[in-house]
Design a binder for this molecule. Structure first.
Ligand code: ZN
Length: 80
């Protein structure tokens, strides 16, 4: 059962850089707020970088943008 898009899907997973999202050390409450912010187009990645920074974590805006595009190893979580 070969899907025409199967190769794209596997390449997508293979090339995705590791993502800081899974490495952040946040409370459950902060994690929920972050997930909401990530899903909100009104919140910029730069703002999220600063928010994460306030909590002593580092997640660069370009990496956040990549995560929001679904172009990272979290793979597909944000795919529409
Ligand atoms: Zn990610």
């Amino acid at each position: 059962m070969k899907d025409k898009l199967q190769e794209f899907h596997s390449l997508q997973l293979a090339k995705g850089p590791s993502c800081t999202n899974t490495l952040l050390d946040l409370t459950a409450e902060d994690r929920a707020a972050l997930d909401e912010a990530l899903a909100s187009p009104a919140i910029t990645s730069k703002a999220i970088e600063r928010w994460v920074g306030v909590r002593g974590q580092t997640w660069r805006a370009f990496s956040i943008s990549r995560h929001r595009r679904g172009d990272c190893r979290c793979g597909g979580q944000d795919n529409v």
